[in-house]
Design a binder for this molecule. Structure first.
Ligand code: FES
Ligand code: FE2
Length: 409
């Protein structure tokens, strides 16, 4: 079924490509410049968006084996992810119930985790199994002091968690069926080749860039080239959006030869999987996924963006996932070159520009910024951020329940 939806999107792109057209939003949209600079709003966004909505916390291949764990901090919340005995993922508040010390740091493999402060021990499913010197500590009911559990969901080779232990928002509802489409990347069983974290500008400034092809031949003229396409059609699934260039051609990369495919003349069955997932797939509010070929493998860059401490700061982890680990030295080298290239593009072009833009906006002298009819992705993103930032907890549930009903109709 999801292949049918992918084919439908691809046919839309082919038809627009053949006609040299693109889909437009209704109007040019104005967004107040303060949406990027207002510190009180920024704090509300962290609370209402990042600490309340499901977030894509890791690719599954970052913790593939039973016992693997990963600790991270998201907007001040210490999160612990574990791969439990039954192969499912656990998501916990990374704080010992004794006095709150984080249990784990970084990544590792352990089926039991001992707190480094006084030595309490937990299983990786969150159960407290050992209180140090219990005869001295005093009687407590261990069941009452398990790690705090967060809602967690794994699908399409990605892991989501909601950093609110009391959240009633179903993560699958929130995803709107988008994870079924993401399965087309076939990340399940892929491998994590490399990762790095980069500092960036305001999180929305940074995210705007992932939703924008308009800038590609200008800002990235020295890296992607001045002839690069600048048009995208947008496909929205709730707040999640895929963007891709309208074109009737695709490059099929097989080994060393690039082969131009005339998609108009292919039947649905003949369209290769890699063509069906072309473009950029964003997962609201902070993920962008783009696939490419490098190191002799199919690969993808999963960029995971989080707000930083201040309104003008964010940080992005780039995960380079690959279908298989590259085997030859030449393939490893070319995969690293590919990864380094994408660091340069993002750090020295996108984020450098974003920081300059942010500093200028902070002057307060420009009241509004614009998103053209050709930039529907940014329009939709800012509308969702505003709507979800202002929604009460009950409204949040309604929004996703209602969206679901509409999708089913
Ligand atoms: S804080 Fe963890 S054992 Fe004391
Ligand atoms: Fe860019």
């Amino acid at each position: 079924m999801s292949r049918e939806q992918l084919i439908e999107m691809t046919r839309n792109l082919i038809a627009h490509g053949a006609a040299d057209t693109m889909e437009y939003a209704d109007d040019v949209v104005r967004v107040p410049a303060s949406a990027y600079t207002d510190e009180a709003l920024f704090e509300r966004e962290k609370q209402q968006i990042f600490r309340r909505l499901p977030l894509t916390v890791a690719p599954s291949c970052e913790i593939p084996n039973v016992g693997d764990y990963k600790a991270m901090d998201i907007c001040g919340v210490p999160l612990l992810l574990t791969r439990k005995k039954d192969g499912s993922v656990g998501a916990f508040l990374n704080m010992c119930k004794h006095r709150g010390n984080p249990l784990a740091e970084g990544t590792g493999n352990a089926t039991r985790l001992m707190c480094g402060y006084h030595g309490w021990t937990y299983k990786n499913d969150g159960d407290l199994v050992g209180v140090a010197s219990p005869q001295d500590f005093g009687a407590i009911d261990k069941a009452e002091f398990c790690l705090t559990r967060f809602p967690v969901y794994e699908s399409a080779g990605l892991i989501w968690a909601t950093l609110d232990p009391d959240s009633k928002l179903d993560i699958a509802d929130y995803l709107y069926g988008y994870d079924d489409l993401l399965k087309a990347f076939e990340f399940d069983g892929w491998t994590l080749f490399a990762q790095r974290t980069l500092p960036g500008p305001n999180w929305k400034t940074a995210y705007d860039g992932y939703l924008d092809f308009y800038h590609l031949p200008v800002l990235h003229k020295d890296t992607f080239g001045a002839d690069f396409y600048n048009r995208a059609n947008y496909f929205a699934f709730g707040p999640h959006q895929r963007l891709s260039t309208p074109s009737k051609f695709a490059i099929k990369v097989s080994g060393d030869d690039d082969q131009q495919l005339d998609l108009e003349h292919l039947s649905d069955d003949e369209i290769p999987q890699e063509v069906l997932v072309q473009g950029v797939w964003t997962i609201f509010p902070h993920i962008s996924i783009a696939s490419f070929y490098g190191g002799g493998q199919r690969g993808a860059m999963i960029s995971q963006l989080f707000p930083g401490n201040g309104v003008g700061e964010s940080y992005t982890t780039q995960f380079y996932v690959m279908e298989n680990k590259p085997e030859t030295d030449a393939d490893v080298k070319s995969a690293h070159e590919q990864f380094d290239f994408l660091e340069i593009v993002v750090r020295d072009e996108d984020y450098k520009t974003g920081k300059r833009q942010h500093e200028a906006l902070q002057s307060g002298l420009l009241k509004e910024v614009l998103f053209g009819k050709n930039e529907r992705g940014g329009q939709v993103f800012h509308q969702w951020v505003e709507k979800l930032t202002n929604a009460s907890d009950d409204e949040l549930l309604d929004i996703f329940a209602a969206e679901h009903r509409e999708a089913a109709e």
